[in-house]
Design a protein around this ligand. Structure first.
Ligand code: KG4
Length: 339
């Protein structure tokens, strides 16, 4: 079954063709990051306008690269929540028109379910159940994935997402947006014990996380140093910061896997591209005897293929969007479509 999939929840316009949820026939991603970099973050209206400009061309390219014709498409899938509402609306409206024109079913996909499903594309043997940490620019969730469309949220951030914390730290250090990759590069060779940063805990909720205290601690450290005219060891600051993020994420994920009796761990989302976090997960999984899956870098960030992958399993579960499908800025990972 060939699914034409759309993703436009933030600053990537992405269109893909995926076969049977596992095989990428084409994956076209246009990142708007350079457009937003001058503002230090995503400007919603610019994102929406840019999606409008690029989505038609990307769709043509996706079909061409996949080597298929319109009549070969069996269904259309679209990321319809959560995200920047004006941005999500572009993909939703385009996908609705595409499904109508092609006369095929329309499948609504939760963006974070898509991130999790990116792993199905990279690892053919991976099947639920597993324990997943989804870490992106807007979301940080610990999820027990019982089945392809049956998930339980065990914990989540109470404030900033992990990716947001990377982006704000980068900004205060004068690094470009999005800041995760520049921080990752800066931290190499740094001493991760030089600066001590707080690791957030939420009383009575061991799997919930908090990153705003860490963000504030970095901002205060940088501003105090600037006021005193002191020079900071930027590489060590980036390394110490990343260590604090990793220590917020890795032990919690391992503990949750143990509690749920899962022996497979999956990490997903843009922050899963971080070299330190990947290495820490690898070491912890080896130590605990758990199987670990993290997508290749290309599939960590937003892409259309992940929506096509999850779209396939949503289709098998019977999920279909009606002609009234709308975009949603926020949505629980478990909310059923229309519910
Ligand atoms: O999943 P994603 O592309 O978009 C959302 O769905 O939010 O994630 C984007 C986030 C940004 O915050 C970006 O700074 C972060 O992923 N990111 C990284 C790295 N590469 C991207 N964070 C840490 N280390 C990286 N290497």
């Amino acid at each position: 079954m060939k699914i034409l999939a759309f993703e436009s929840t933030c600053d990537e316009t992405a269109v893909a063709v995926v076969e049977d949820g596992r095989k990428i026939l084409s994956d076209q991603v246009f990142s708007q990051a350079d457009l937003h970099a001058v503002y230090g973050g995503v400007v919603p209206e610019i994102a929406s306008r840019c999606h409008v400009e690029s989505i038609s061309l990307l769709t043509e390219r996706a079909l061409e690269t996949a080597g298929i014709e319109r009549k070969d498409i069996d269904a259309v899938a679209v990321s319809y929540a959560p995200g920047l509402i004006g941005a999500v609306l572009v993909g939703v409206n385009f996908a609705k028109a595409a499904a109508l024109a092609l006369g095929v079913p329309l499948i609504p996909v939760h963006h974070i379910r898509g991130h999790i499903a990116a792993n199905y594309l990279a690892y053919p043997e991976l099947e639920p159940p597993f324990l997943c940490l989804a870490i992106s620019g807007g979301n940080t969730l610990l999820v027990d994935v019982k089945d392809y469309t049956d998930m339980e949220i065990l914990g989540q951030t109470r404030d900033d997402a992990a990716g947001e914390c990377f982006d704000k730290t980068a900004r205060v250090l004068g690094l470009p947006y999005p800041g995760g990759k520049p921080i990752d590069e800066l931290s190499r060779g740094g001493d991760d014990t030089k600066y001590v940063f707080p690791i957030g805990h939420v009383a009575d909720h061991p799997y919930d996380m908090s990153f705003s205290g860490l963000k504030t601690a970095v901002i205060n450290l940088v501003h105090n140093a600037e006021q005193k005219g002191e020079e900071l060891d930027r590489a060590s600051l980036a390394a110490s910061f990343t260590r604090a993020v990793s220590e917020s994420l890795v032990p919690r994920t391992i503990a949750a896997a143990k509690e749920k009796g899962r022996n497979t761990l999956v990490v997903a989302g843009g922050v899963a591209a971080n070299s330190r976090i990947r290495a820490d997960f690898k070491a912890a999984a080896e130590r605990e005897g758990l199987r670990l899956y993290i997508p290749p870098l290309k599939l960590c960030g937003d892409n259309g293929a992940m929506i096509g992958a999850q779209g396939y399993y949503e289709y098998l579960a019977g999920t279909r969007a009606g002609s009234d499908l709308n975009a949603c800025a926020t949505m629980d990972l478990n909310a059923s479509y229309g519910g």
